[in-house]
Design a protein around this ligand. Structure first.
Ligand SMILES: [Mg+2]
Length: 193
């Protein structure tokens, strides 16, 4: 089982590291919004277009939430956040948002990712550290406690699958070449999510 603490160093091993806080946080912010967007794309097909959820869609949503989580340790590293604050459902649940509804949860995850984006854009990092830590804590909490059960999995399972995928791609360390080759996707290019 892969709790978030176990996952953190394993995820960071395959991160491309830039020399500055700004560049690393920008990488994390871009990653969070794009991966949550990939998850939200499937949610939209179900919630708006009325598509019945298939097994393929379920597995795709789980994969994208694993990808989403991968950027959390990077954002923490960039900002020097040592640990995530403890979050409870009361910190999140606001009417009329439903934490048992995939569409509402996608919006919450997007909003929390946007916090990191806004921090990069306004760049007062010392001031924003606690705010970002809280948003990242909420993001992991929502995935573990609300989204994962709706998709018939657990946060631990998603993180374990994410690391297994990255092992195929990078073995144990990031390289530009391996990122481009994407062995886990049979060499499909990076425009395939
Ligand atoms: Mg993805």
């Amino acid at each position: 089982m892969m709790d978030f603490q176990t996952y953190r160093p394993l995820a960071l091993r395959t991160a491309k590291m830039f020399p500055t806080l700004y560049e690393n946080l920008r990488h994390a912010a871009l990653g969070l919004i794009t991966e949550v967007g990939e998850f939200a794309t499937e949610v939209k097909r179900i919630a708006v277009y009325g598509k019945p959820q298939t097994e393929e869609m379920r597995l795709h949503m789980i994969e994208e939430l694993g990808d989403t989580q991968w950027y959390v340790p990077l954002a923490m590293f960039a900002m020097g956040i040592e640990s995530l604050p403890t979050i409870s459902i009361k910190d999140i649940s606001r009417q009329p948002v439903k934490t048992d509804n995939l569409a509402d949860l996608a919006l919450l995850l997007n909003g929390l990712s946007a916090t990191v984006s806004m921090t990069v854009a306004t760049s007062d990092f010392d001031l924003e550290r606690n705010f970002v830590a809280r948003s990242l804590g909420m993001l992991i909490f929502l995935i573990d406690e609300c989204v994962a059960p709706l998709l018939g999995t657990t946060g631990d399972q998603m993180r374990a699958e994410n690391i297994a995928k990255l092992r195929l791609r990078y073995h144990d360390k990031y390289s530009d070449q391996a990122a481009e080759a994407r062995a886990d996707k049979g060499g499909l290019d990076a425009t395939v999510s």
